[in-house]
Write a protein that binds this ligand. Structure first.
Ligand code: BG6
Length: 301
């Protein structure tokens, strides 16, 4: 669909319009009474969410991000599906699955009220996806922009046999100063430390980032909090459909080695991801749906 056709069918006057964005991909821009947001149809990828009372975007996107040549966008909310992390079968398929670098379709747009706007995007199986993963599916992402940003990732099994999933809403948050950031809510939980070969460890206090962090937390609560004193704010994440969460910051060497992340970007971002990862594997029966969701709300300190 062209940008004109998208606007003819799905724009909401003064609230939601479609434009050409990063690397000529279509993006939806939302501006309502409470917040602004941008969503790229490539990857079904949220790029920006900013309540009007905030000066800094809640969502971090690298200045070096690109979606040219089938790349996944560095930053925003990448959707990892139908597997999280490395190819579970070791067949050389892409890290984090194959939907974060595909063009999604607009299913619906809705003005819930003057300060709440919803955009639903969809993706379903093709010959190409069945070559990578042999299952028929319908995937939808419903993005609600209001006082909170809510993202619901809904998987429907349209085939005749069950399938298994791991997945993530791999959200990159903007922070003011990583040295002062604390992630709360995971105290007393065990995690798999990916930096040390998946060693199981115990989290005794709030999480501080002082080196590379790449951890799958187990048995997580619904609400996590990112304390960001440098921006005078807290971000609360509320999730459902998951029992794991990932905390990731590449730190100095990894950031420098990544072509699409600036050398100092590790100071102003943190990923707190709502996941079904490790042993948190979801089975979806034929005709059934499964919803993984996360909601993000900012508090001024
Ligand atoms: C995190 C993983 O979720 O994503 C890390 O736990 C990984 O191991 C990171 O490095 C980024 O992955 P990618 O494929 O976007 O570079």
């Amino acid at each position: 669909m062209t940008i004109d056709t998208l606007n003819q069918h799905h724009a909401i006057a003064d609230v939601l319009t479609f434009h050409t964005g990063m690397d000529d991909q279509p993006i939806a821009k939302i501006h309502n009474a409470t917040a602004t947001a941008e969503i790229c149809l490539y990857g079904g990828h949220v790029l920006s969410y900013k309540p009007h009372h905030e000066t800094e975007d809640v969502i971090f996107v690298s200045d070096l991000a690109t979606c040219a040549d089938g790349k996944a966008i560095r930053g925003g909310i990448p959707i990892c599906w139908p597997w999280f992390g490395a190819d579970p079968d070791g067949l050389g398929r892409p890290n984090h699955g194959f939907v974060r670098n595909r063009l999604w379709q607009v299913i619906a747009t809705a003005a819930i009220d003057s300060g709440t706007t919803k955009l639903t995007l969809g993706l379903s199986d093709t010959d190409d996806t069945r070559n990578l993963w042999p299952h028929p599916f319908e995937l939808a992402i419903a993005i609600t922009v209001g006082k909170a940003l809510t993202v619901e990732l809904i998987t429907r099994n349209t085939g005749l046999t069950p399938f298994k999933l791991t997945q993530a809403l791999h959200t990159y948050f903007t922070v003011g100063d990583i040295d002062r950031v604390r992630v709360r809510g995971l105290e007393g939980k065990y995690y798999l430390d990916k930096v040390e070969g998946d060693t199981r460890k115990f989290q005794s206090g709030a999480i501080a980032i002082t080196s590379e962090v790449d951890r799958i937390y187990l048995d997580v609560p619904a609400v996590l909090t990112i304390d960001d004193p440098a921006l005078d704010r807290q971000i609360h994440t509320t999730s459902s459909g998951n029992s794991t969460a990932v905390v990731w910051n590449p730190w100095i060497e990894k950031a420098a080695a990544m072509g699409d992340l600036g050398n100092t970007d590790y100071k102003t971002m943190i990923c707190v991801e709502t996941t079904n990862a490790a042993s948190d594997v979801i089975e979806v029966a034929p005709g059934e749906t499964f919803c993984l969701s996360a909601s993000y709300r900012v508090n001024r300190l």
